[in-house]
Ligand binder design. Structure first.
Ligand SMILES: [Fe+2]
Length: 277
């Protein structure tokens, strides 16, 4: 049997169910994502972009397993942080047409310029339709494409690489025509895509996909993610071939509608230029 990511998360959840029952539900925290605030030194950053703030939301998974209130709260947190831009790194839905149709209602309201890459679930649900819904909201979708965004008087280049799990990723195409120096942000979905990016570029790279394990059973969940899904960067910060990668635990859920040991997350990142040599 070919094991999918849903099977992996589901297996973890099944093993973890008794522990959740002992802990009891945490109703007060159910709709409150954890906020990760980090300053990231980005070697390629233009000095004018020192202090630029990025809000990062990923794996929102509009659908049965993710309460709308959780997503609305994540959007509110992003807006309250007054970012210069918002980065979305895929898996807006889980499956089926219904959640795709509900996307504008649930995902509306991000105030800063917003840029998105797509994830495996978006492809499974229908990438064209997901893209259309994001564009209706005024969010720019970068499927193996790049754009340039004027912020604080200077260009910031944003590259979006499409999902690696469905083999929709095309890194050379994504970088075609992109600035080869200066401030660059790369949006991917599967963390392993970071291994394919141009090395030693000093770029900031954002990813999701793993949910940080979603239901973390010690010694089991991470082993499943590594061995079956070939994901070595499961959560948090990594330097991958000279680029700065952050893998978010994401906002929503797939499979079981709960998390353990991997709370929902909104990232608020402040970019810092490397000190002058
Ligand atoms: Fe994914």
């Amino acid at each position: 049997m070919r094991l999918s990511r849903r099977h992996v998360l589901g297996a973890g959840a099944a093993i973890a169910a008794p522990a959740i029952a002992i802990e009891g539900p945490r109703h007060s925290r159910r709709f409150e994502p954890e906020v990760t605030r980090l300053e990231i030194t980005v070697p390629s950053l233009h000095p004018a972009h020192d202090g630029v703030k990025i809000a990062h939301l990923t794996d929102i998974h509009v659908g049965m397993s993710t309460p709308d209130e959780l997503v609305l709260r994540a959007i509110q947190i992003a807006n309250d942080s007054q970012p210069d831009l918002v980065a979305l790194t895929g898996d807006f839905v889980t499956r089926g047409r219904g959640p795709v149709e509900r996307m504008p209602e649930v995902l509306a309201g991000l105030k800063a310029p917003t840029f998105a890459s797509l994830g495996n679930h978006d492809h499974w649900a229908g990438a064209r339709a997901v893209r259309r819904q994001l564009e209706k909201l005024g969010y720019e979708v970068l499927q193996n494409a790049n754009t340039s965004f004027r912020v604080r008087g200077e260009d910031l280049s944003i590259v979006g690489v499409d999902d690696g799990m469905t083999r929709s990723d095309d890194v050379p195409r994504a970088f075609r025509g992109a600035a080869m120096n200066g401030s660059r942000l790369t949006l991917i979905h599967t963390p392993r895509t970071a291994d394919l990016l141009p090395a030693n570029q000093g770029m900031f790279v954002l990813a999701g996909h793993t949910h940080g394990g979603q239901v973390v059973v010690p010694f089991v969940t991470y082993a499943l993610l590594r061995n079956l899904l070939r994901e070595n960067y499961i959560r948090g910060r990594f330097n991958v071939n000279g680029n700065e990668l952050y893998v978010s635990r994401g906002v929503g859920m797939t499979g079981p509608s709960f998390r353990m040991g991997a709370p929902s997350e909104v990232g608020i990142f402040t970019l810092r230029a490397a000190p002058a040599a």
